[in-house]
Design a protein around this ligand. Structure first.
Ligand SMILES: *Cc1c(COP(=O)(O)O)cnc(C)c1O
Length: 362
């Protein structure tokens, strides 16, 4: 088998160790003669898997006791609806920070259930994107919550600071940056993340929510979309996505073996620095359209000045085993998604390829 590095934005690379363990355990779960995916979700075997995954997540993120952890189906996109349905309450007003494709989708969904105030959005200076600092935001006093997307996966824009919203709960879509750097969970009311970028396989979504935010949702809310129902049943109201939950557990255990979030953050910073340094070094060849302070550590998004060369770049990269570097269909260009599971040596190969490509085509 050819060794490749997968830079896909999601579903994304999974640690090889995890894939091998899943393969080894596939046919016979701990002597039962059955696969974990065939075992009942209410049986003790799966229950142990589920509880261990939650315990490891709590340990890795230092989640305080007054936060619930849910493992739900429906992807991050379902949370775009669940957040307003459960938090709007009688106020029915919320503030959203619109910094890219995913936050726009979250806004569109919330608008179906109440009033959305765009308190701030991405702006441009010298053709580079940035997010205005908080003194320029127009937050609403009576907002039920403030929603933002710390890392915009498609646009390559990341907050390297946490908005301060006082008593108004802060809700974060961390689908592409959960577990990539240390955070303080108690800065947030709700954190949610689809697993397919940094926690394994598509199908399960992690929701971390502060207990005092659980109340009756809007009356027409479907049963499964109620945080109250889901927390009362510990994500077991119906059949949860058991296999994705199991894979998430393997990834969390792997992350602990890497030394946890602090340790992987060091590696992540180095990986991103190497790529941005290469882009800076060849400014007249490569172009990043985001201001340095807002560049994403997880999704390094750049363009070739001569866009006609982009297909040649992507083909050349693939020949060296550097896969899925094509930018999103709405943005074009090149995007290297370098989540926790992408090894530093893959980034080194990409950086070398970029230097070489300039030599041959610059
Ligand atoms: C990928 C992504 C989503 C969409 O996730 P689904 O699980 O496909 O619904 C939402 N938000 C962000 C920030 C993402 O990166």
């Amino acid at each position: 088998m050819r060794k490749v590095y997968n830079f896909n934005a999601g579903p994304a690379m999974v640690p090889e160790e995890v894939l091998k363990q899943a393969q080894a355990e596939m046919l016979d779960w701990q002597g039962t003669g059955m696969s974990i995916m065939e075992l009942g979700h209410r049986g003790h075997e799966f229950k142990e898997v589920a509880e261990q995954a939650e315990a490891d997540l709590r340990e890795l993120m230092e989640i305080p006791k007054n936060y619930h952890v849910l493992f739900l189906a429906g992807g991050a996109t379902t949370q775009f609806a669940m957040v307003p349905l459960n938090l709007f309450g009688e106020k029915k007003v919320a503030d959203y920070i619109e910094t890219g494709v995913w936050s726009k989708k979250a806004v569109a969904e919330a608008k179906r259930y109440g009033t959305v105030n765009i308190a701030a959005h991405t702006e441009h200076r010298n053709h580079l994107a940035y997010v205005p600092t908080q003194e320029h935001w127009s937050l609403t006093k009576e907002a039920a919550y403030v929603h933002y997307t710390p890392n915009e996966t498609i646009d390559g824009i990341e907050f390297h600071w946490v908005p301060q919203t006082g008593d108004v709960p802060l809700v974060a879509d961390m689908t592409s940056n959960i577990l990539s750097s240390p955070i303080n969970v108690s800065d947030y009311g709700i954190i949610y993340a689809g697993a397919q970028k940094n926690v394994g396989q598509a199908g399960v979504t992690i929701v971390i929510l502060r207990e005092d935010l659980i109340k009756d949702p809007l009356p027409y809310t479907p049963t499964l979309y109620s945080y109250k129902t889901q927390t009362e049943h510990h994500s077991f109201y119906n059949t949860p996505p058991t296999y994705s939950w199991y894979i998430a557990g393997l990834v969390l255990a792997w992350l602990k073996r890497q030394g946890g979030v602090k340790a992987i953050y060091e590696v992540n910073q180095r990986k991103a620095k190497k790529l941005y340094a290469m882009i800076n070094q060849h400014k007249d060849f490569y172009l990043c359209r985001v201001e340095p302070d807002y560049r994403s550590m997880e999704n390094v998004m750049f363009y070739l000045h001569d866009e006609k060369l982009t297909p040649l770049f992507l083909e050349g990269a693939e020949r060296q085993g550097l896969m899925n570097l094509r930018g999103h269909r709405v943005s074009g260009g090149v995007r290297a998604s370098i989540y926790n599971a992408v090894p530093e040596e893959g980034v080194d190969l990409l950086v070398n390829f970029m230097a070489d490509f300039v030599k041959r085509n610059g």
